[in-house]
Ligand binder design. Sequence first.
Ligand SMILES: [Zn+2]
Length: 67
Amino acid sequence: MKQPIVGYHRDAENHWVAELACGHNQHVRHDPPFVSRPWVTTSEGRQSMRGHTLECVKCDRGCESDR
Ligand SMILES: [Zn+2]
């Protein structure tokens, strides 16, 4: 299910985690060359992706809220 990004925080290992409108969290790593998300490394980039939708597999699986 597509869910918009409503916020961000860092996890214990300093990776960025997107907070989705559904209440689930999703890692948005920038880990080249495997995962390239240079936007997540800057505050401007993260702001620009606020409201962007990500596919939330936790919704599809009926997982409980992460927060
Ligand atoms: Zn979800």
